[in-house]
Design a protein. Structure first.
Length: 513
């Protein structure tokens, strides 16, 4: 049996194994994108086998065959199916319609490698394709900043699990992390938090560490991360959370905000802030200008506008917001957000982009059906996914109840490092089915799912590893296989024992199995 995670659709063991000779090469045929994947494979195999295999066009001992050059589908995804053959005598062949499929095949091939002298790949035949098109991990770099190298490592690890979306939560009340040239104070002022809460934020009185927490990405660094992901056929979905969760931006440009604090500053506590964007015309222009620079940095289709947890109290109590609402004919404060999201959705569409937001963006009247919705509030309780799908929205399932990897993962939680709360064990995450409870006629609207790494309580790379793995392995498998073809947990956990050695060899500090 194999030890591949996520499990491929079909796996047939062959006889023996194939050990590339030092004189071997990696060949590619088809569009030039196949060459880029071949070069990535060569890079991966150098440390893994000790061989510096040259890459050349045409057939070789290891050959990547790209048979087509399909355009992305209507939702922006390329086909990812591939076949992989390892033959002890004739070598290795990965075949796919698209370079994205080849990239997935390359990750599977890496897991067939048995270390030794010489290193060899297990002979087999694999046929594989994912159940869901969106298989993502999210990372909050606002609450705690992770530098570009750590972000690339995070992407490399998710790509190894044949995931294809990196959702980059770049801004929040507690820190703005992306350089916007037109508004330099967003990074200069908005990225600096004076102090950070020590202990859980529910514990009173609060204590702080009195150490400034800083960091932002220059546009060059953002482009480097996006290129790193693109090479692995991972799409980066950036999030600028608005109109709530904007205190860091409001600290930099107080005129865009409306709220309570007489002195605006980057928020130094967790939880939901009542400070929100004013959403007057100048503020909406500000948002559009920010997104224009984002469009230039992020080539993907989906742009995440957040939209969660935006209290309406400030709009209710501000005379300026009331006059903005009156001028627009808006009769309820909640309509402020839905009016804004609808305008931003049009703006995104006019620029060839698609808006996605947390499920609160549905709480209005105007959202255009092309906007996608990311569900986070406990699966299907507060929100009716089937109705949203019927209205034409595409859906990504990211429920707290299965995918919030910032929750505790083992009991007793008192023996775990401090976390935000909750409990999502490995078997529980493995049991996640994005389609559960959704009407069958709405299934085709579900793009997939993703895991969330909110970082209020995750300050270091080791701790991030610990919260992410091995639960992200389980999530990757549920999203790749789908419930219908889902292996049993015992099968997964047997493979995980070998897979954990792969993670350990890369220095991943995962939670003990
Ligand atoms: C969220 O967890 N507020 C999306």
């Amino acid at each position: 049996m194999h030890t591949i995670i996520p499990a491929p659709k079909s796996f047939e063991q062959g006889k023996g194994s194939f050990a590339p000779a030092p004189s071997a090469a990696i060949g590619w045929t088809g569009p030039a994108a196949a060459r880029d994947v071949a070069e990535l494979l060569a890079e991966y195999l150098r440390p893994a086998t000790g061989l510096a295999l040259p890459v050349r066009e045409g057939a070789a001992e290891i050959t990547l065959v790209q048979t087509g050059d399909p355009a992305p589908d209507a939702d922006g995804f390329l086909p990812e199916a591939y076949t992989l053959r390892v033959d002890a005598a004739s070598g290795i062949r990965i075949e796919a319609q698209s370079a994205a499929g080849l990239a997935r095949g390359v990750q599977t091939l890496r897991q067939l490698l048995v270390a030794g002298a010489p290193a060899a790949f297990i002979a087999c035949r694999v046929e594989d394709a994912p159940a869901f098109r969106w298989r993502g991990l999210h990372l909050d770099v606002s609450r705690h900043f992770f530098g570009a190298d750590d972000v690339c490592r995070f992407i490399e690890l998710l790509a190894q699990h044949r995931m294809n979306v990196f959702h980059w939560h770049l801004t929040d009340d507690q820190g703005w992390r992306v350089e916007i040239k037109r508004y330099p104070k967003l990074a200069e002022v908005g990225s600096v938090r004076a102090r950070t809460i020590v202990g859980h934020h529910s514990k009173w009185p609060h204590k702080w560490d009195d150490t400034p927490h800083c960091g932002f990405y220059t546009q060059d660094e953002i482009r480097r991360v996006v290129a790193f992901a693109a090479r692995r056929h991972v799409t980066v979905v950036p999030e600028i959370d608005m109109p709530g969760h904007m205190e860091a931006a409001i600290a930099a440009y107080p005129e865009i905000g409306v709220g309570y604090s007489p002195v605006k500053e980057v928020r130094d506590r967790w939880g939901i802030s009542k400070e929100v964007l004013s959403l007057d015309d100048e503020c909406v222009d500000f948002c559009k200008n920010v997104w224009s620079e984002m469009f230039d940095m992020f080539p993907g289709l989906y742009m995440h506008i957040g939209g969660d947890e935006a209290p309406t109290t400030a709009w209710e109590e501000s005379a300026k917001a009331q006059s903005t609402m009156a001028a627009r004919g808006l009769t309820s404060p909640r309509a402020m957000q839905s009016w804004f999201t609808a305008r931003m959705s049009e703006f995104f569409r006019d620029h060839g982009k698609r808006l996605i937001g947390w499920d609160e963006i549905l709480e209005g009247e105007e959202l255009d059906p092309s906007s996608a919705v990311m569900y986070w509030r406990s699966h299907h309780k507060e929100v009716d996914i089937s109705a949203a799908a019927k209205a034409g929205h595409k859906i990504v399932c990211a429920p707290t109840s299965f995918t919030y990897l910032d929750y505790y993962q083992a009991e007793p939680v008192s023996e775990e490092p401090l976390a935000i709360g909750g409990l999502l064990t490995l078997p529980h995450v493995f049991s996640f089915d994005p389609l559960e409870g959704i009407a069958p006629e709405a299934h085709s609207a579900v793009l997939g799912g993703q895991g969330q790494l909110w970082t209020e309580y995750i300050a270091t790379r080791d701790h991030l590893d610990y919260m992410t793995y091995p639960r992200a392995c389980a999530l990757a498998e549920t999203l790749w296989c789908g419930a219908a073809a889902h292996p049993r947990f015992s099968d997964f956990s047997a493979r995980l024992r070998t897979h954990a050695e792969r993670l350990a060899a890369q220095g991943v500090r995962f939670h003990p199995l």
